[in-house]
Design a protein around this ligand. Sequence first.
Ligand code: NAP
Ligand code: MG
Length: 475
Amino acid sequence: MRNRTQHFINGEWVDSTGSETIDVINPATEEVIGKISSGTEEDLDRAVAAAKAAFPSFSQTTVEERIELLEKIAQEYEKRKDDIIEVITAELGSPISKSDKVHYQMGLQHFRQAAEELKTFQFEEERGETLIRKESIGVSGLITPWNFPTNQTSTKLASAFAAGSTVVLKPASNTPFAAFLLAEIFEAAGLPKGVFNLVTGSGSTIGNGISSHPDIDFVSFTGSGEVGQKIMENAASGIKKVSLELGGKSPLVILDDADIKGAAKTAVANVAMNTGQVCTAATRTLVPKSIHDEFVEAVKEVIAAFPVGDPLDKKTAVGPLVDDNQWDTVQSYIKKGMDEGATLVAGGTGKPDGLEKGYFTKITVFTDVKNDMTIAQEEIFGPVMSIITYDDIDEAIKIANDTIYGLAGYVYGNDKETLQKVAKGIRAGQVQVNNPRTDFSAPFGGFKQSGIGREWGDYGIEEFLEPKAILGYNA
Ligand code: NAP
Ligand code: MG
């Protein structure tokens, strides 16, 4: 049992002023694996006060000092590799191979990338007599979701530290333990006290408290649109800046000249990743009518290469959903798809054979989906693919953009001109052409209701800075 009922405030592990706790469950076994404190408003106040007190000196550190710090954090993070992988598999149910190659790696790369960015980042610029400086925004409140326990936290933390901002982090209550490892990593790296503060607890107390706290200057949130809206409303009273990374319903456009097996693999891998609990998941697969039947056959074949099962088994590609709520939600969307007249090609409701314990679900594929069906419009956050056919590229782009979201887009095929036309035509913050490598220097974030602001690389650092003009500076 992991009993992590203390918060990390001002460089120390401290008890909560309350006594309530929250159980954390392993979604593969349904067993309680530990508990965290359900923090109080006083706990939060204490953490914010520590961050506020640490701000004047941390914001004045030199760029070289912060590069050194981020590099030290990356080194300490690497030393905790086995622990990080173990924790993510236990609390999220992520297959062990993915906890390593995806979750562990993404967390690490954000710290490395932030250090790299600082080597060339322009904090000051002279324009005649005027000096323009980018100064740290102040105390930041970070609220993160459960689906990527290291990636979502690390991108915010690396950017904040690079910009000289001090922070209070509230991780998701169902996958909180990775954040405790980060606290230990920062301690080992010698992060000055008060720069990083960790307070656990409910969204309604700690999350809500962060978004309305008078001493927090900026709230960086990743999570659902519903909560994002509440955060914006709360932040409005104090004219607090917010950055929101929300949901998506991203399209994968397959071109008529695509290698069909490769296209099917790309499509299935994308919705299977993290059991579909990915904000950028390509849940709408747009396929030309001319290759539809062949594509569906290829998808059926490819699914067998994505075994669902025990996350501790190295051969497992897909683990359980994060909790019973998420399982119920995914099941109800699958039922809805059938009720609305989509054709089930693979998967369906219920648990996969032999996996009665744990929140396992089947990789599910629908075809004959119309873009106005619920399963094509709402974010499911499970491994459910909707295949939609199109006649020509202009129609494909139109369908791709017919959504309230704009987080990501994908295009797969051969003709370069068409690939580029589709990539430019999709209104989303990040579009991927033919399975590129992850680029940690590229901005990440959403158009439309997928969010406000950007994370990753130099764009991520910018979010934690305020431009300041000093007129007559060089007069
Ligand atoms: P969520 O319910 O919005 O929760 C996200 C975080 O907000 C958690 O830490 C949660 O705390 C906290 N929270 C809950 N109520 C709050 C309130 N009233 N005020 C302030 N904070 C509050 O989202 P989720 O279910 O964890 O994650 C799934 C959603 O996140 C999906 O919609 C997905 O698309 C989105 N997402 C977006 C991105 C992106 O980068 N764009 C990445 C990943 C996920 P508790 O855990 O204590 O409830
Ligand atoms: Mg939630």
